[in-house]
Design a protein around this ligand. Structure first.
Ligand code: HEM
Length: 410
């Protein structure tokens, strides 16, 4: 079928009915025209197999020079999503540039280094759990997102990047804003400016007092020879690590706790040893993927995707949360949270191909440690409000709820 046959779906910038909307898109096809905030036409790739193929296609690029509407100047001024296309880091680079930008990070963020963080993650988790009772006060109710799911990954990425504790709140606030897709051009510009300014201060600090952290390593790569990482690339790399390094992980922890609270039978399977905490993490990644729709990729030619031709230069979103619910890949009960599922298909929730997430191992480590320790400490933890009343995060990119009030004691 031709994409022009259809009325494009207006993507809900507030992501309010995420899985219902995704099901609607998936039913329309594997590549579905959508309209982004600001009226910008795009396409979402919605089904597991087609998305996997699309992500690894050599005729698909991430460099914004291939974004036809942006190049032709027809994108509205101050469009808040521009940053996702024009940030000069590994997420918007192809080929040799991409290998260079990614290599600077993977050289220092090695599997051994990540595994070495385990005792620190356990310690931070225990400290946060110690504080939950005080936060809950006499009511016994606490916002688990604010007091647990947020501070754990913020501290882990903060320590990894050598961010002084006093600066972490500021970086968290800018990240929180940048993950929204309901911003005005002014809000978006202010957050982008604030973030760049804060990261400039971070780089200057680590240049003056280098440590055994990633920022110091990136600054050294930038300073040693002008070709490894230029000024804008240094800022973009730090920005990507700060935002991707915690926003997604906190969503994973939040979504997992929420799924377990609304599926006590699944929690029981973990308690009785029929499934492990790693299974809970994998099933949450599939069932309620932290990255909903990720912007952008551009076909380098008119590209057929599952029978629909996506015109060259169209901005395409990878619909990761939708792919996780695809019945063709995960069976007719793909909408069910089942920690014993162990699917044959490899999940796409961390991406696929050259841009596969460099933090997947760290995210899994943090979420597994956090969930195991949380439910050991508070086995009777329960949602304090009905699930359907939980406000969604205003974003089609970041998929989670705004708060997670739970009762930790009666
Ligand atoms: C890339 C998901 C945690 C750093 C990605 C992509 C996805 C993803 C889907 C590919 C985006 C695309 O190109 O379409 C997640 C999820 C996480 C998580 C679900 C947690 C549950 C982390 C952490 C870090 C991180 C902890 C940093 C320590 C990155 C970076 C990229 C990336 C730097 C870009 C890779 C590239 O373009 O080559 N992530 N991520 N992520 N992630 Fe993660």
């Amino acid at each position: 079928s031709d994409r022009t046959d259809r009325t494009p779906h207006r993507l809900d910038p507030a992501g309010a009915r995420r899985h219902e909307d995704d099901a609607g898109l998936r039913a329309q096809g594997a590549a579905v025209p959508v309209v982004l905030p600001g009226g910008v036409p795009a396409v979402a790739v919605t089904r597991h197999e087609e998305l996997k193929e699309f992500l690894a296609d050599p005729d698909v690029a991430k460099d914004a020079c291939h974004f036809t509407a942006l190049r032709e100047g027809v994108i509205p001024d101050g469009w808040p999503l521009t940053i996702f296309a024009t940030l000069e880091g590994m997420t918007t680079a192809d080929g040799a540039d991409h290998r260079r930008l990614r290599g600077v990070v993977t050289k220092v963020l090695t599997p051994a280094r990540i595994e070495g963080l385990r005792p620190r993650v356990e310690r931070l988790t225990a400290e946060l759990l110690d504080g939950l009772g005080t936060a809950a006060g006499a009511s016994g109710v606490v916002d688990l997102r604010r007091h647990f799911a947020v501070p754990l990954p913020v501290s882990v990425i903060g320590e990894l990047l050598g961010v002084p504790p006093a600066m972490r709140g500021e970086l968290r606030r800018f990240s929180y804003t940048m993950a929204r897709t309901t911003l005005t051009p002014e809000e978006s510009a202010a957050a982008n400016r604030g973030m760049a300014e804060a990261l400039g201060r971070l780089a200057a600090l680590r240049r003056a007092e280098p440590g055994d952290d990633l920022t110091s390593a990136l600054v050294a790569a930038h300073d040693e020879d002008g070709t490894t990482l230029d000024d804008r690339e240094l800022t973009a790399t730090l920005l990507t690590l700060v935002v991707a390094g915690h926003e997604t992980t906190l969503a994973l922890i939040t979504n997992a706790v929420r799924a377990l609270c609304t599926h006590p039978d699944q929690l029981e399977l973990v308690r009785s040893g029929k499934a492990g905490w790693a299974d809970v993490v994998e099933e949450t990644l599939r069932y309620d993927a932290p990255v909903g729709l990720f912007p952008f990729r551009y076909p380098l030619r008119d590209l057929p995707v599952g029978g629909t031709v996506v015109p060259r230069g169209t901005p395409v979103l990878a619909a990761y949360a939708s792919a996780g619910r695809d019945e063709r890949a995960y069976g007719p009960d793909a909408d069910r949270f089942d920690v014993t599922r162990r699917p044959a298909n490899r999940l796409l929730s961390f991406g696929h191909g050259a841009h596969y997430c460099i933090g997947a191992q760290l995210a899994r480590l943090e979420a597994t440690v956090a969930l195991e320790a949380l439910f050991a400490r508070h086995p009777d933890l329960a949602l304090a409000v009905p699930d359907r009343e939980l406000p969604r995060l205003s974003s089609f990119i970041s998929n989670s709820t705004e708060v997670l009030p739970v009762r930790i004691f009666a």
